[in-house]
Every structure is written in C-alpha cells, then in structure tokens.
Design a protein. Structure first.
Lengths: 310, 259, 372
C-alpha cells in the first residue's frame, strides 16, 4: 500500500498520509499502553504475595512487615544521596554557569556529563572495592566522636560496606542529573535581571541570590526530585556496596536493605511465592518513583518557561 | 551627593575589535548630559564603561582613564562592585526583579549594604524613592504586589526608584524611554529634569528632541563606517549643538540630513 | 572625605579612594600556603593521611580567606568570596569520583585486556582452572567474548524495537498531535517513563514473558524488551526536540509545492533533523548498554556463547562484571575473576565513551548545511 503511494502521483497519496498518521499515533498510544501494562503485569504477578498466608511470606509475618523495612532502607539511602548531592550538584552547576571562564563552561559541562555516562555497575564495583575501604577510618572517627548519635552507632563495619557508603555512591550517580538540569536553568536567567542586580552594586554572590536563584527555584526543586527518583530506583550501587541485613539505625554498620537491591540479589534464584514477593516489591518501588517523578514533572509544567530545560 | 566624571583617552575593545576610540569628555556634577548619535556608534558601549558594566559582556576591555571626582575607576585594586554602588544604571528595557514585590524591588540595592534596616526607615526610604521617581501615588496601595504587574512606564520608574534608593553619585541611563509609549516617556523626562538637582545624570538617547528637552550638555558620537570605531565628534552646551554646531557632521545629524 | 579640586588631572600621588580597603594581591595565596602548612601539621598530629590533610587544608583555607576578606573588605565581600570558594570546592569535589573511577578502571583493567579475554568465553572455566593459573603464575584464562556478543545482540534488538516506536511517537507529538489531549498525555507519561527504575523495567519484561511462556523464562529478547522500555522515552524526547527546531517555513514551502504531509515529513522534516535524531539515538544506546539490573532478572547468566536471542540464557558485559565480583569463579582465588571484571569494566567504559563521542561527532558532521 505504501509503495503504491510512493510511485503514483496525485490522489492515491492520501492512503500514505492515512497510514503514516495512524502508525505514528499507534506508536504514541503504544507508549501509554506499555506504561499501564507495566503496572498491570506487575500487579497480576504480585497478587500471590498479597493473598498468601502471612506465615509463608519471607519473615513469616505477612507482606507488609516484609516490605516495610526495605521501603525505609530505600528512603534512607536516597535521602543520604540527595542530602549530599544537592549542595554539591548546585555548586557545580553554578560554577559552570556563573564562575568558570566562559570558554571553559561547555567543556566542563561535558566532563560532568561523563559522570552520567559511566554505567552503574562500574560505580558499584568502584564503591565496593575502592571507596568502601577508604571510608573505614572516617567511619571509625565518626563512631569515636559522634557515637552517641544512633546514626553513628558501632561497631563499625570493617569492610566499609554500609548504608552511608551506598548513599555516597548514589550521590555520585545522581549528581550529574541535578547538575545538568539546574545548569540549564541557571544559564536561562535573563541577562536583564543579572545586569539590574550588578548595576545596584551587587557582588557576584548577591547577584546570584537576587536574580539567578529566584528565577531557578522551581527548576532546582524539580531537578532534585528527578535525582531523588533516580536514587530511589538505583539498583547496582546498593546491591554491590551494601552488606545487607535487618533495618538498623546506624549508617556505618552492616545492615539495612533497599527494594531494588533486594530484587536484584534474590530474583535470579527466586520461584513461586518468593518471585511474587519480589515483583510486589518492584510494584511498590514503581509506585514510589512514579509519585516522585509525577510531582517533579508537575512542578516543571507549572512553570512552562523551564520546560525546555532538557 | 553628586560627583563629576572626567574621561581621558578612553578606548573600548571587543576582543581585538576597537569599538570606541580616544574619548575625552568632562561631565559636570548636577547636570544632565546626553549622548546622541546613529546606531552602532558606540555611545551605549561607552556609557557602560562609566560604571564598568561592559565587563558583563565577554571579551570587552578598556584602556584609558575614567575619573570619578579624581578617582580612577580602572586602577588596579578597584572593585567593580564599589564603582557600581556609586554609579547607578537604568537600562533600555525595564527590568524589575520578577520575584520581588514593588517594595522589595526598591529596597533590593539597599538591603545589600545595610543588612538591618529598620521597618520604619525602610518604609520612609521606599516612600521617598518612589516619590523621587514620581511613582508613589500610583503604587502606594499595592506595594506588596509583584513589580512585574506594572505597566512598562511604571516599571521603568520603579527601576529608577530602585537606583536612587541606594543614593548613588551618578545615574547612567541607557535609552530609558525607547521601550515606552509617549505619555510614559514624558513622565520619565519630567523626572530627569527634577533629578539633576541631586544627581549627575548621563543619558543615551536616539531621540534628538528628547536630548534637546532634558539635557544641559550634549555629546555627539559618530562612526566613520562599518567596522570602524566610534568616536566623540563634538561635545558642548545642548543649545550650541542643536543651533550652532561647529562640526559639519553634527549639523547634518541634528538637522536630519544625515547619510 | 577630603575636598577635591576640579582640576581634570588629579595629582598622581593621591591614593584612589575607590580602591580603599582592598586585600593586597598576595594575601589569598599567602592564606592558601598557610592553610597547606597548618593542614599538614594538623594531619600529622593524628597520623598523617592524604585525606585528612586535604580536608584540614581546604577547611583552613576557606575559613582563613573568608575571615581575611571580611576583615579588610567588609562582610559583603567576605560572603561573596566564601561562596566563591564553596562553588569552586564543589566542582573539585565532583571531579574526585570521576578521576578515581576512570583511574581505577584503567589501572586494574589494562592488565586483563588480553586476546584471551577478548576472544574467549567462560565456557569450561571452573574454579579449578583459576586455581591452577594462580598456582602456576600463568596468564588468566577465559574471557568476556560471550558477554560482548550478548551485549551487542541485546542492545541491537532493543534499538530495533525502540527507534521506530520512539521516532513515530515523536512525529505524532510534533506533526499531528499539537495541543491534543492525547499528545499532552503522551508527553507527560514519556517524561514519567524516563524515571522508571531500570529494575522495574526488567521485572515488567520478566512478568510479561512469564505470563506468556511460563515463569522463569530467561532469554535475550526479554532483556531487549526491558531495555526498550528504558530506551523509548529517551528516543522520543530527543527526536521531539529535534523535530521542533525544524523551521515551519520548510514545511510550508513543501506544502505549497503540493507535497503530501507524510512525504513532507519523510522527505523534508526528518532529513533536516536527522543528525540530531541520530545523535539522540546513539546517546540512548549508550545509556542502556551499561544497564545491569534489568538483564539480571530477564536474561539470566551464561558462561558460553549464545547467538540466539530467542532461546536460552545470555550474558552481557554488565552482568558479567557483577557476577565475577559477587560470585568469583574460584572462591579461594578471586584475583583472576577481579581481573576479568575490571577488564570488562574498561571495555564497557570504552564502548560507552565511543558511543558518546560518536553522538557528538554525528551531530557535528551531519548537521544541515543551512544551520548555524
């Protein structure tokens, strides 16, 4: 049909038009269907975990008490990552947009994008084999000086495979996301507003505080939210770096677990009810990240001028 | 509260291209000086060098001296921030800070210098600055509304109020009326006439009638051709420039016979 | 304030009042030097280490330089320079992991880059083989050939699925759906889809094929479907951006010649935007080629070469790295496995970097001659 349309001039081209517009619309609908299918299939496969006898679920107390600690673990790991990555990421973005010599700004942007290009499994083995051992003395110092805070309770893990290490690796991975999004927005600050501040006798930092940061506020929030979404769902860094265990308050002891790592570590050998449990865990993760991302996108869409940021 | 400016042998470059050549000019305190000339003759570029705002443009450099009551703006060790808090600037297009209220816009520059300004002092300053910019009566009931909600002419007067609130010595205006309608333009021109009682005002304008109406002295800039640097052709009393100029090019320009 | 004369040239001896109260030029380098010395001293007190030395020196410098600036130039300048040091410090801090990762991968990966590694699989490589090579001190046997094959095949399949779907969807969004409810919905959910955790995409493909072919179905195509879920939104976004910047005049010129809309799109719009689309697709491939988690739950793990994506388990470079580190081939002698893992990491980084540079090159070389 399409080939006819190609060879024949005139009216028969109408068929081609129809085929093409239908195909492109179908592709668009397919994307929507896929997203709903993701939710649907996860839900179907997860049902056994919800309906099973609580004693048969891992931990023996039902699905809720199975999922609860690892949801908390996921949130802790992501929170550490965001707390560490947000100030550094915004600093790097400001450096590239307003401090570095203009000729260097674009190449420096590429360098930070390189951070984003490195596969997560490589960050995982780097965190496990290089970073974790280096951090042990630091953890011992924290435990010795701040050990009275439960977060830094001992005994310190001698391998460094702890929640804090996992959080640091996650921070490295979400940093380029925060940086590249907020950099784009910082660069879009109208020159008029920057000049207005400078002409009043503002220093560079005062200019940034008066004109750049207010302009970029919504963009910064959504960049951080997108980084949070990534940190919540990141698997390999945690699966390789964390020495898993029960939920504990200390960040520098072995223990804790996240949803994504729980799935990756156990799925290859899982079958039957265990598989349903893991898929149900995936469904929970999906819902959490979906909510975070939708809030981020909603913030962006409320401020249309930022939509061209990526 | 106002200072004079003496410029000697000033050249402005964009990277290697010389945009303005050998300007010597003496701008009196408490007067209005207008810069006129065809587009691209370097008058706005030159104006920006008077408070080092040209440094915002990448590659722009300056050689020569600009003395503010005898102090060279371009001496090593002079901070552009210090310069700009003494020499304020009003831009071609009104640029109030969009996220701030009218009140905060007026106080924006002041808050930089005096962190703890009392509420009543701040209120007084807002009122006096807005009165100084002939805007008080129009906005006194909505000081907490965003500045971007005002009309173009009101926004421009808000920018002037913001500039005079920091009590500068000199106010530079870069075609302040070119984005405004005639009625708003008239309001700004009235304001400039009042401002010269307190400030040294330098204004760049495309509109020769405006220069004739508001200025005491007028400087005519011209350019020999595309790719050539702009030069100061003639600088004199406004009446002389418009009625009896000494250079032929000036006469051609002010009488509309240019080009 | 002294009264000034109105003479145009002031006496050259008088100090410039505008430069009053500025730090001399040598002050900041001096503070830096002092911070280095004091930092070294402080670090040596508690047993010298490079990390503590750098931390001490950086803290001392930021505090010292800020205080010096505040004392001489005032609080505003002090705040200004404080934030300047923080911002520069953030950038340097961000470089540390980048440099460390690249250095580690190069240092530990290069020794393993042998022809044996590149052209042999792990077929028949048991712990005993590794133990023998360690005992005899001979080169490590076994390699990642099967994983390279798996990576290339799975990535190829997901590209074949994602590119047509993604491009057509983007064409719909830009050319047909402007302002319609459906297109706004698609745009929103494509954005949301970019945030799906990769492990969830893997679970989706596993669950889908599990329903169709029975649980624990593991084969290359399942992984390709999982990667497509991750890749399609990236392709849609980049294609959409590129189609949007094609000027409307071109479309109108084509319509005015009596050309049909779909011919206009395929013959005028897409060729104009093709360089940007191609580089976007390349970046999308670079993104999914390093994905590990979805492969773990969909393609399983294999030690031998498998060219068929429609049957049996397959290995990819990321899962190869993961298992070599987590479950070394020989639990007693883990060095051969570590060497293979780092070599595979180096190979993977090279592939990703080549794709990234390729994307920039494509964008530059094939950009339309009218542009820029």
């Amino acid at each position: 049909m399409t080939t006819n349309a190609l060879t024949k001039p005139g009216g028969s081209g109408r068929t081609g038009d129809k085929v093409f517009s239908t195909a492109s619309m179908a592709a668009g609908i397919l994307i929507l269907v896929t997203l709903f299918a993701v939710a649907l299939f996860l839900f179907l496969q997860a049902i056994p975990a919800f309906t099973a006898d609580p004693a048969e679920v891992s931990g023996g107390k039902g699905f809720l008490s199975y999922i609860w600690p690892i949801v908390i673990g996921t949130v802790i790991a992501a929170a550490i990552a965001i707390v560490l990555a947000t100030p550094v990421g915004l600093g790097v973005a400001l450096f590239i947009s307003h401090y570095a010599p203009r000729r260097l700004a674009a190449p420096l942007g590429y360098v930070i994008d390189l951070l984003a290009a490195i596969p997560s499994v490589i960050y995982g083995i780097w965190g496990y084999l290089v970073l974790a051992p280096v951090l042990v003395p630091g953890y011992e110092w924290l435990n010795a000086n701040l050990g009275f805070i439960p977060l830094f309770g001992g005994p310190v893990s001698q391998t460094g495979k702890t929640m804090l290490t996992a959080g640091i690796v996650l921070a490295v991975m979400v940093l380029p996301i925060i940086t590249s999004l907020s950099r784009e927005i910082f660069l879009q600050t109208p020159g008029l507003h920057e000049e207005a501040a400078l002409a009043l006798g503002a220093t560079r930092w005062e200019m940034i505080r008066m004109s750049v940061l207010p302009f970029a506020r919504a963009g910064i929030i959504s960049a951080v939210m997108l980084g949070l979404g990534r940190a919540l769902g990141e698997t390999m860094a945690v699966a390789l770096v964390l020495s898993t265990g029960n939920l504990i308050p200390s960040l520098i002891k072995s223990g804790n677990q996240t949803i994504a790592a729980e799935i990756a570590l156990n799925f290859p050998e899982a079958f039957g009810l265990r598989m349903s449990e893991l898929i149900a865990a995936g469904l929970v993760l999906f819902i959490i990240t979906l909510a975070v991302n939708m809030v981020a996108r909603w913030i962006i869409s409320r401020h249309q001028e930022f939509s061209g940021a990526n | 509260m106002s200072k004079r400016i003496d410029v000697s042998d000033l050249n402005v470059y964009y990277s290697k291209f010389r945009a303005v050549e050998d300007v010597n000019i003496k701008i009196d305190a408490k007067s209005v000086t207008a810069f006129i000339g065809p587009s691209g003759c370097g008058k706005s570029t030159f104006l920006r060098t008077l408070n080092r705002m040209h440094e915002v443009i990448p590659g722009a450099t300056v050689e020569g001296k600009v003395l503010l009551d005898g102090d060279n703006l371009y001496d090593a060790g002079v901070d552009p921030v210090t310069v700009r808090s003494q020499i304020g600037m009003v831009f071609q297009r009104p640029n109030p800070f969009p996220t701030m209220s009218i009140r905060d816009n007026v106080l924006a520059g002041v808050k930089l210098n005096a962190r703890r300004i009392g509420k009543s002092d701040a209120d007084d300053l807002v009122e006096s600055s807005l009165r100084g910019a002939n805007l008080w009566n129009e906005v006194k009931d909505r000081l907490d509304k965003p500045g971007s909600g005002l009309s173009g002419g009101q926004q421009q007067r808000l920018c002037i109020a913001r500039t005079i609130a920091v009590k500068p010595q000199v106010i530079l205006m870069d075609e302040p009326c070119s984005a405004l309608d005639p009625i708003s333009t008239l309001a700004i021109e009235d304001l400039i006439n009042e401002m010269k009682n307190d400030y040294t005002v330098v204004i760049v304008t495309h509109n020769m009638q405006q220069a004739a109406r508001v200025s005491d002295k007028t400087a005519f800039f011209n350019i020999a051709g595309t790719g050539k640097p702009g030069k100061l052709i003639e600088f004199d009393e406004t009446a002389t420039i418009f009625n009896n100029p000494s250079v032929k090019a000036t006469e051609d320009y002010v009488s509309g016979r240019f080009g | 304030m002294s009264t000034t004369t109105l003479t145009p040239t002031p006496t050259p001896t008088r100090r410039n009042r505008l430069s009053k109260g500025r730090l001399p030029r040598w002050a900041i380098p001096a503070v830096g030097l002092a911070a280095l010395i004091l930092g070294a001293a402080g670090s040596t007190l508690g047993g010298f280490s490079v990390a503590s030395f750098l931390i001490y020196a950086a803290l001392l410098f930021v505090v010292g330089a800020t205080l010096a600036t505040t004392a001489v130039e005032g609080r505003r300048q002090g705040t200004n320079s404080f934030f300047k040091y923080l911002v520069v410090g953030a950038f340097l801090l961000a470089l540390i992991p980048l440099v460390s990762v690249l250095y580690t991968v190069l240092e530990r990966g290069l020794p393993g880059m042998t022809s044996d590694f590149l052209f042999h699989s792990m077929n028949g490589m048991t712990g005993a083989v590794d133990n023998e090579t360690v005992a005899a001190g001979t080169p490590v046997l076994g390699g990642a050939y099967h994983a390279v094959v798996g990576t290339l095949l799975i990535t190829l399949c997901s590209t074949v699925i994602s590119v047509p779907v993604g491009m057509l969807a983007a064409i719909y969004l830009v050319e047909y759906g402007q302002g319609k409810m459906l297109s706004r919905g698609i745009t929103f959910f494509v954005d949301v889809m970019t945030g799906i955790p990769s492990i969830v995409a893997g679970l989706f493909a596993a669950a889908l094929f599990g329903l169709m072919f029975g649980p624990s179905t593991r084969m290359g195509i399942v992984a390709a479907v999982a990667l497509s879920v991750l890749m399609i939104p990236t392709v849609v976004r980049s294609t959409e951006e590129m189609l949007k910047i094609v000027p409307n005049e071109l479309r109108e010129a084509s319509y005015a010649l009596g050309v049909r809309k779909w011919r206009t799109i395929t013959k005028v719009v897409i060729p104009t935007a093709i360089s940007g689309i191609a580089s976007g697709v390349t970046l999308a491939i670079a993104r999914v080629i390093g994905e590990t988690a979805p492969i773990l739950v969909t393609a399983g793990l294999a030690n031998s070469i498998n060219f068929n994506v429609f049957s049996n388990w397959m290995a990819t470079l990321p899962t190869f790295i993961y298992y070599q580190i987590l479950n070394p081939t020989s639990p007693t002698n883990i060095d051969p496995s570590a060497q293979r893992a780092w070599a595979a990491a180096l190979l993977l980084i090279i592939m990703v970097m080549v794709l990234n540079l390729g994307a920039r090159l494509i964008a530059r070389i094939f950009s339309p001659k009218t542009g820029r």
